[in-house]
Design a protein around this ligand. Structure first.
Ligand SMILES: Cc1cc2nc3c(=O)[nH]c(=O)nc-3n(C[C@H](O)[C@H](O)[C@H](O)COP(=O)(O)O)c2cc1C
Length: 176
């Protein structure tokens, strides 16, 4: 028998670090409510307006989406529990920039994506951010003849809807 739950069980989700320049320096925060949109050409995520990151994205109209791996759990815990208003998170990582000079990206993350703010959806206390993907960056060591194997990247998966733990990526079920 199926048990109805008052929860959104569209889960698990990818844990990412959103990078933005705020008050002249890079800031990084954890976001779990994130998804590709427009068949990959855009990225959508949910952002509370009170986040320090919100200020930077609204000012510069750019941000980055970084995919951390399991080796960065300590830094992830800091970025998901402290605000750049109180703690300088710019020194947690080495920052690099691509073409977008106000979209700070994390060298330690296997993947970093530079985005331009395309649109926002106002939901009161929070806002839906829609970014246009400008360029993605990946460490060369994960590329094999132009192909990526995400098991090597070891992304962190966040189970929502009543679980709220972090998981690793499981086994490959189809080989292409
Ligand atoms: C697993 C996890 C997922 C999170 N997802 C979101 C999210 O989707 N949107 C959001 O606004 N905050 C989210 N947060 C909370 C922010 O990361 C946290 O409030 C952070 O300290 C904000 O940093 P800032 O004030 O420097 O921007 C999440 C935190 C964790 C640990």
């Amino acid at each position: 028998m199926k048990q109805p739950l008052n929860a959104n069980l569209l889960s698990p989700l990818l844990v990412v670090l959103i990078g933005a320049v705020v008050d002249g320096r890079p800031n990084y925060m954890v976001v779990g409510y994130v998804a590709p949109f427009d068949f990959g050409k855009h990225i959508f995520f949910s952002l509370y307006k009170k986040r320090y990151t919100h200020q930077g994205i609204m000012e510069n109209k750019t941000f980055s989406v970084n995919i951390p791996n399991e080796l960065l759990l300590a830094e992830i815990n800091i970025c998901g529990s402290t605000s750049g208003r109180d703690v300088d998170k710019s020194t947690l990582f080495d920052t690099f920039y691509g073409g977008l000079k106000t979209a700070p990206m994390i060298r330690q993350c296997p993947i970093a994506i530079g985005c331009e703010l395309h649109d926002t959806l106002d939901y009161g206390e929070n806002v839906g951010i829609i970014g246009r993907v400008v360029k993605s960056y990946v460490d060369q060591k994960y590329l094999h003849d132009g192909n990526l194997d995400f098991r090597e990247i070891r992304p962190i998966i966040w189970a929502t809807g009543g679980d709220f733990n972090y998981y690793g990526l499981g086994n490959r079920v189809v080989r292409r």
